[in-house]
Design a binder for this molecule. Structure first.
Ligand code: SF4
Length: 332
């Protein structure tokens, strides 16, 4: 079995230093961390979730969502059986928050072989929370990239700075959730920290990795327009006004039973964010805000209908009409 990393020996046991949760394992007792994929057994760190995949399917890359990274491609998607947050509104709680989730063990070599079959552009670590799967991704990603594939992370952004820096060396694109502009929200609903996510966004924006952000709007919880203005300003100032933002519609699920986000709220949020960011999309609902428009000349560069993607308005990742750079990665 692969040697675990990101564990520190303490006088009274072990501490995991992969994510801000900082699970401790006093006295070397047999125990799992909150994420269920890392722990201590027989006095030593161990990785019960290594290579244990909860799901495996080839999805449109737009479903991650990534709109400016290899648009129109399909990507093999998988994830570990756990998460380091406990969001009340988790849409995948049956695989992220439950014990005994059925899994299939796929070693890195085999996964790298599978993921470039059937037209996949690479691999997306998604569905649950990939950052807790550090060792497996560190072993698999280089094999995928050696074969010309892309490595995508769809994450909550709750990871400590040092492992994050290492992740940027062997991953290519990230979609990170920015769940709220309030530390109180993160604490009450997710047992997470906004400050950590903001640090992650800054690091990724400054790195070689492509970055997109998702904001799920929940009625009565994170729908204050003054918060949206501050969030949009922060994203423009710290990640760049060309940062891609996906505004997503909430539907009730798991422990939170608010009504679905009204369409007017999504349209209002689109207007607020679009005044500060060049590429704002609305997802989980049928609107006209799914196409990529050129911020310079207004031409439609990518047209999307459901999962169908037409890139006729692009030329080598730039606007075909005026040549403006849209920050689109169209090949590796
Ligand atoms: S990665 Fe898992 S074990 Fe490590 S600190 Fe986070 S929740 Fe705990």
């Amino acid at each position: 079995m692969r040697d675990p990393v990101w564990f520190e020996k303490r006088e009274d046991g072990w501490k995991c230093v992969l994510c801000p949760r900082g699970c401790t394992f006093p006295g070397g007792s047999d125990r799992l961390g909150l994420c269920r994929v890392r722990g201590v057994r027989d006095g030593r760190p161990f990785l019960p979730g290594y290579g244990r995949c909860v799901s495996l399917s080839i999805d449109p890359i737009e479903k991650k969502p990534l709109y400016h990274f290899l648009p129109g491609s399909r990507i093999l998607s998988t994830g570990p059986p756990g998460c380091n947050l406990t969001c009340d509104f988790c849409q995948n709680w049956t695989i992220s928050q439950s014990d005994g989730v059925p899994t299939r063990y796929i070693p890195p070599e085999e996964m790298a072989g599978i993921c470039l079959s059937e037209g996949s552009a690479g691999i997306a670590f998604t569905y649950t929370e990939p950052v807790i799967w550090y060792e497996y991704i560190a072993d698999t990603a280089p094999l995928v990239r050696e074969r010309g594939g892309a490595v995508v992370m769809v994450s909550n952004g709750e990871v400590l700075p040092e492992p994050l820096e290492r992740y940027t060396e062997f991953t290519d694109a990230w979609n990170v959730d920015l769940k709220s502009w309030s530390e109180d929200f993160y604490s009450r609903h997710c047992s997470g920290r906004l400050s950590t996510v903001l640090g992650t966004l800054k690091t990724l924006a400054a790195s070689r990795c492509h970055l997109e952000v998702t904001f799920l709007i929940i009625p009565g919880e994170n729908d204050d327009p003054s918060d949206w203005e501050e969030m949009a300003d922060w994203l423009a100032d710290n990640c760049g006004r060309n940062t891609v933002l996906h505004i997503s519609r909430y539907f009730p699920g798991y422990r939170l039973k608010r009504p679905p986000t009204p369409e007017e709220t999504l349209i209002s949020a689109h207007e607020t964010f679009s005044s500060r960011l060049d590429h704002v999309y609305v997802g989980n609902v049928a609107t006209d805000f799914s196409h990529t428009l050129c911020p310079s000349c207004g031409a439609v560069c990518i047209e999307r209908k459901g999962w169908s993607v037409n890139t006729d308005g692009l030329r080598e990742g730039k606007c075909a009409a005026c040549g403006a750079d849209l920050g689109i990665v169209y090949e590796l």
